[in-house]
Ligand binder design. Structure first.
Ligand code: COA
Ligand code: MG
Length: 277
C-alpha cells in the first residue's frame, strides 16, 4: 500500500517568501498554486519562479496546481513539467475521468490529484474516475467555486453548518475516491486562526475515511498531520487484529479484545498499519 500525504499545503506560486516557508514546513506535500490564488497579471511570474527553484532535496513532495483545462494559461502551465522534481499535477475544476485522461495524455502520465466538485456538472461525473489505467492518485473537493457557479449567497445554513449541497459534494468525493481506489483528501478549512475548529474537522474527516486534508497556512500542517496519523492505541489494536488472523489463517471471523472481527476489520487494520509506516 502506497503512503498518502496527510497534509497538502497550498502556496501561491508567485510568492517566493511563502514558497520558502512552505518548503521548510512539515507538510507531506506542497501544492504550488498557479490558479485561483495568483492574479492573471502574475501568472507568468509565478511560472518563472517555479522554473527557477533549486532541485528538490527531501522535504515535502512538490505538486503544482495548474489552471483549468480549456483555460488560456494551460499550455504554458504544462510547459513546467519538463522538470522531474514535480511529483504530480493538481487539476482544478475537473469534471470527469476524461479530463484526467486528457491531462495524462499531454503530460506523459504524471500523477493527478483532481479537485472534483468545483463545477455543477462535476457532481454528475463521479463514477467516471474509476479507471485502472488512469494516473489519478487523489481526489479532493472544494465548495468555493461550486457556490459561485450556483449563484449562492452563502455556503452555510441557518445553524452555521455547511449546506446540504456542499455536504453532498464532499460525500460524493469521498465515495468516488474509494470507488476509484485513490486517496480521498478533505477540502480546506479557511479560518486558519481557529486551531480547535480545524482539529475537530480533520478528525471527523479521518473517521469518515478521508486520509488527508488540504491546508492553506503553515500553522495548519501539524494539526492535520496529527489528525491523520494513527494513535498508539489504534496501532496496537490493528496489530492485534493482524496477528490474530496470522495465527489462524483459515478463520474468516475471530474475536479480538472481546469483539467480533472479520475481513473488513482486517483490511482496516492493514490500512492503519500502512499509514503508520
Ligand atoms: N504557505 C507558506 N507561507 C505562508 C502561507 C502558505 N500557505 N500562508 C501564510 N504564510 C506565511 C506568511 O507569508 C507569513 O510569513 P512572514 O511571517 O514571513 O510574513 C506567515 O506565514 C504568517 O502568515 P499570516 O500573517 O498568519 O497570514 P497572511 O495574512 O500573511 O496570509 C493568506 C494569509 C490566506 C493570504 C495565506 O495564508 C495564503 O496565501 N494561503 C494560501 C492561499 C492559497 O494558496 N489558496 C489557494 C487554495 S484555496
Ligand atoms: Mg478555486
Amino acid at each position: 500500500m502506497k503512503a498518502h500525504p496527510r497534509s497538502w499545503l497550498f502556496v501561491p506560486a508567485d510568492s517566493e517568501k511563502k514558497i520558502a516557508r512552505a518548503l521548510a514546513s512539515e507538510a507531506d506535500a506542497v501544492i504550488f498554486d498557479l490558479e485561483d490564488s495568483v492574479a492573471p497579471a502574475r501568472k507568468a511570474a509565478a511560472r518563472e519562479i517555479l522554473k527557477s527553484l533549486p532541485a528538490r532535496s527531501g522535504g515535502p513532495h512538490w505538486w503544482v496546481r495548474i489552471n483549468p483545462l480549456g483555460s488560456e494559461y494551460l499550455k504554458a502551465d504544462l510547459g513546467l513539467f519538463a522538470s522531474a522534481d514535480f511529483e504530480g499535477i493538481v487539476l482544478p475544476k475537473a469534471e470527469s475521468g476524461a479530463d484526467v485522461a486528457q491531462l495524462a495524455h499531454r503530460t506523459g502520465n504524471l500523477p493527478v490529484h483532481a479537485i472534483v466538485t468545483e463545477t455543477p456538472a462535476s457532481l454528475f461525473g463521479m463514477l467516471s474516475y474509476r479507471d485502472p489505467k488512469s494516473p489519478l492518485a487523489a481526489m479532493s473537493w472544494g465548495a468555493e467555486d461550486l457556490s459561485a457557479a450556483l449563484g449562492a449567497s452563502s455556503k452555510y445554513d441557518a445553524a452555521g453548518e455547511l449546506s446540504f449541497t456542499y455536504k453532498l459534494a464532499r460525500s460524493l468525493c469521498l465515495v468516488a475516491a474509494a470507488a476509484a481506489g485513490v486517496q480521498a483528501v478533505d477540502g480546506v478549512f479557511a479560518d486558519f486562526r481557529d486551531e480547535q475548529g480545524l482539529r475537530a474537522e480533520a478528525e471527523a474527516a479521518r473517521s469518515e475515511g478521508f486520509n488527508g486534508k488540504l491546508a492553506i497556512h503553515p500553522d495548519q500542517v501539524a494539526i492535520i498531520n496529527a489528525a491523520f496519523s494513527p494513535s498508539k492505541a489504534e496501532i496496537a489494536h490493528a496489530r492485534a487484529i493482524v496477528a490474530a488472523f496470522e495465527a489462524e489463517p483459515d478463520s474468516g471471523v475471530l474475536s479480538v479484545g472481546g469483539k467480533m472481527v472479520d475481513r473488513p476489520h482486517l483490511l482496516q487494520a492493514q490500512r492503519v498499519l500502512a499509514r503508520a509506516g
